[in-house]
Design a protein around this ligand. Structure first.
Ligand code: C5P
Length: 396
């Protein structure tokens, strides 16, 4: 529940994406948020206040002259009782109003009357031509300069039948934006490169050698870094996980593919976190055809060669980024992890017990650096990832 204790004011303006705002409200409530809703007159052509009231359990505000407010000042009271304001969908017209300080209805007025410390996010939703018009782009630049967060828009098939940029983000993506807006940007301006998941070392076109790494820890760290404001590239071996919102993902299979993707994307990277369970060995001669099982014949005699050590390679580079390694051990974690940290030449190595982490949603981490060992006690990988990012913020 990542929005527990948070109150959100959801503003709806008149666009067909209003139908997604209902799910957006529910998704925030599922994360623990209290949601209040303010709707423009045009938005009520698409969805009723009754729907939003039933979904949020709170009265919906549609007018500046609402006598339910004892002082009759909803434009002052509403923004003062929330942690964040999110306008979704946000039309071209509403963007123009925000960019120019026009306050001609409750929602535009309460956005203007919000305290400076209350973040305002907007999710543009409009036809591609409307989005691309210079006037809309000028207004968007103005909103950015004014510190208003722009969520999306996405590209794709539009309700009007045209294809292009202007689709409102999906509800789950909007929730990520809201969670991000409510946390300190300790990694703003930083660029992270993270490896995650297993590698797959081929034997022939249909077989290979891999391991049980699910990628969950690396993906959680990529998400936590993005939430903290970093730009994140994730180089991932084969996993079944969705790409964390906001993160650029590059898919690879073998250790050598991973090395190539890492070295090809190191420019401008401040922090490299090597979470992937990279295979130590690969098969020397990969068969171009499927190796046939012939009755009575000997089983294949596979010869292995050592894979490149990606982390050690990066750590040795001149101008290397701050490097963080992971170690999954089945015994003597402290001793092996500290030895590994020195061998790989990295300032920080994160240890965990191999069989306790692979595939699981939770874990225990121990951080080894020059100051000794620090345990991050048993928790979900999502929470541990955030704690690891906090630790990095104090070390960088
Ligand atoms: O040597 P070991 O595999 O135990 O080291 C684990 C750490 O090194 C992890 O951070 C892992 O991502 C990284 N590693 C690597 N390339 C390898 C083997 C491990 O980057 N070939």
């Amino acid at each position: 529940m990542e929005l527990s204790g948070k109150t959100v004011l959801l503003g709806l303006t008149g666009g067909i994406a209003c139908y997604k705002a209902a799910e957006f409200a529910r998704a925030m409530i599922r994360e623990g948020a209290v949601v209040h809703v303010a709707m423009t007159e045009n938005s009520q052509q698409f969805i009723t206040p009754l729907t939003m009231q039933a979904l949020t359990g709170n009265p919906v505000f549609t007018s500046s002259w609402d006598s339910r407010q004892p002082n009759n000042m909803p434009h002052i009271d509403l923004p003062r009782k929330v942690d964040v304001i999110a306008v979704a969908p946000c039309t071209a017209n509403f963007i123009a109003k925000l960019a120019n300080g026009i306050c001609d209805d409750l929602l535009s007025t309460l956005c203007q009357a919000r305290p400076v410390t209350t973040p305002l996010l907007v999710a543009p939703a409009m036809n591609v031509e409307m989005w691309e018009k210079p006037v809309t782009q000028r207004n968007i630049c103005q909103l950015q300069q004014d510190g208003i967060g722009i969520m999306g828009p996405a590209s794709g098939f539009q309700a009007c039948g045209e294809v292009g940029k202007g689709r409102m983000l999906e509800p789950a993506e909007l929730v990520e934006e809201v969670i991000a807006a409510l946390q300190p940007k300790t990694m703003a301006g930083r660029h992270f490169l993270i490896t995650a998941g297993p590698t797959f070392e081929p034997i022939d076109p249909v077989r290979g050698i891999t391991n049980h790494s699910s990628g969950k820890m690396g993906y959680a760290i990529a998400r936590a870094a993005w939430l903290a404001g970093a730009e994140v590239t994730l180089v991932s071996g084969p996993t079944a996980l969705p790409t964390p919102y906001g993160v650029k993902r590059i898919d690879v299979m073998s250790a050598r593919d991973m090395l190539e993707a890492v070295t090809g994307n190191l420019e401008g990277i401040d922090v490299f976190i090597s979470v992937a369970a990279v295979a130590d060995w690969r098969v020397k001669h990969v068969s171009t055809q499927k190796i046939k099982k012939v009755a009575g014949q000997a089983v294949p005699d596979l010869v292995f060669v050592e894979n490149p050590d990606i982390l050690a390679t990066v750590a040795k580079m001149p101008d290397a980024p701050y490097c963080v390694g992971f170690a999954a051990e089945s015994e003597n974690l402290r001793e092996y992890a500290e030895a590994k940290r020195r061998k790989k030449g990295v300032p920080l190595l994160v240890g965990n017990i191999g069989h306790e982490t692979f595939g699981k949603d939770d874990n225990t981490l121990i951080l080894f650096d020059d100051n000794g060992a620090l345990e991050l006690p048993h928790d979900s990988k999502q929470n541990l990832a955030r704690r690891l990012i906090d630790q990095l913020a104090s070390r960088l």
